[in-house]
Design a protein around this ligand. Structure first.
Ligand SMILES: Cc1cc2nc3c(=O)[nH]c(=O)nc-3n(C[C@H](O)[C@H](O)[C@H](O)COP(=O)(O)OP(=O)(O)OC[C@H]3O[C@@H](n4cnc5c(N)ncnc54)[C@H](O)[C@@H]3O)c2cc1C
Length: 301
């Protein structure tokens, strides 16, 4: 088994999970995993993994991740406990990297704090959102960031400003290095909004997403980034006649062509082949090369 080395190194520390249960695509085989609850536990774990040359990766809610069907050779680390809690101090919001983003966005709306309503339907964690600079409807999380506390693999902790994070469209510096988002401080707005208006807006966003996105089937949100010329990837794919195109268990959604659905039993290889096929067809038809938004487990750019 590919994760044997991790389990042999510390059988009490790690357990085996099926990645399909921890990714929204419901794809992925066995891997070793560990749950950490405090920054100290996390630092200790990362030190242990590095000393034993064991590859590791943080997994949030797996809502932007394609995990290999054959399983992963390293250790998947989950942030829970105090690393998944949030609290408010007036219009400041403090959240651990493992915090569930929609719950936090909903709580901000209920408190009459504006700025995060765009995130009510983004089914990830705060760490995953910072890593991806998640956003919707013209807003993204980077606009709210005052400070990000990170743990570097060497064990040092650093406090970064939004500028330090190198945010861009669906990009942050965390995609190029191996540091972990421990927590964030976000600044929301308490001006000219009240909780009823924000809660109504949140309900409307969720309703709209239920209509526009194939939420009935396992998926990982938008598969491709918007190209530089601004053309929506869904339209480019649809124009190639690919809605409903199926490869193995993976299918271009008939609801929204920038989504790939797992119709049952899709493998990571089905999804990757379909992604490559879409890139090829769109390039041939429009000259535009689509780039993936979704990430393969453990990949650095
Ligand atoms: C139905 C659906 C709708 C979606 N809609 C949107 C949308 O509107 N806008 C949008 O931007 N995205 C959207 N997404 C994609 C996804 O939800 C976001 O990218 C989200 O931010 C990913 O968070 P996650 O915790 O699931 O990340 P994961 O998939 O678990 O991880 C993604 C990457 O982040 C890294 N990571 C996670 N946590 C940390 C951490 N604490 N420190 C360092 N690295 C970390 C992982 O190692 C991995 O490389 C959607 C997905 C789905 C399934």
């Amino acid at each position: 088994m590919i994760f044997d080395r991790a389990l042999n190194a510390a059988p009490d520390k790690f357990s085996v999970i099926q990645l399909s249960r921890f990714t929204t695509w419901e794809i992925g085989g066995p891997t070793a995993s560990v749950v950490v609850n405090t920054p100290e536990e996390l630092a200790e774990t990362v030190k242990f993994l590095s000393e034993n040359s064991l590859p590791w990766v943080i997994l949030g809610r797996g809502s932007n991740t394609l995990a290999p069907t054959e399983g992963w050779h390293g250790v998947v680390v989950f942030l829970k406990g105090e690393l998944a809690e949030f609290s408010f101090d007036r219009s400041l919001l403090f959240a651990g990297g493992g915090t569930h983003l929609p719950s936090m966005a909903g709580a901000a709306c209920s408190k009459g704090l504006a700025g995060l309503v765009f995130a009510v339907g983004i089914p990830g964690t705060v760490g995953g959102a910072i890593f991806m600079n998640a956003g919707a409807y013209g807003s993204s999380i980077s606009e709210l960031v005052e400070e990000v506390r990170v743990l570097h693999p060497c064990g040092s902790i650093e406090y970064l400003t939004a500028e330090d994070c190198g945010f861009d469209y669906r990009f942050s510096r965390f995609q190029n290095d191996h540091s972990i988002v421990l927590s964030v401080r976000l600044r929301l707005s308490d001006k000219a909004e009240n909780s009823d208006i924000l809660r109504k807006e949140a309900r409307e966003i969720l309703q709209m997403r239920r209509q526009k996105f194939p939420l009935h089937a396992p998926n990982a949100g938008s598969v491709f980034r918007r190209p530089d010329n601004g053309s929506p990837p869904g339209k480019l794919i649809e124009d190639c006649g690919l809605k409903g195109y199926k490869l193995g268990g993976a299918m271009v959604s008939t609801v929204h062509a920038n989504f790939i659905e797992n119709t049952g039993g899709a493998t990571s290889s089905d999804v990757m082949k379909l992604i490559e096929f879409i890139i090829h067809r769109v390039r041939k038809a429009s000259g535009i090369t689509l780039r993936r938004e979704i990430r393969k487990l453990g990949e650095l750019i």
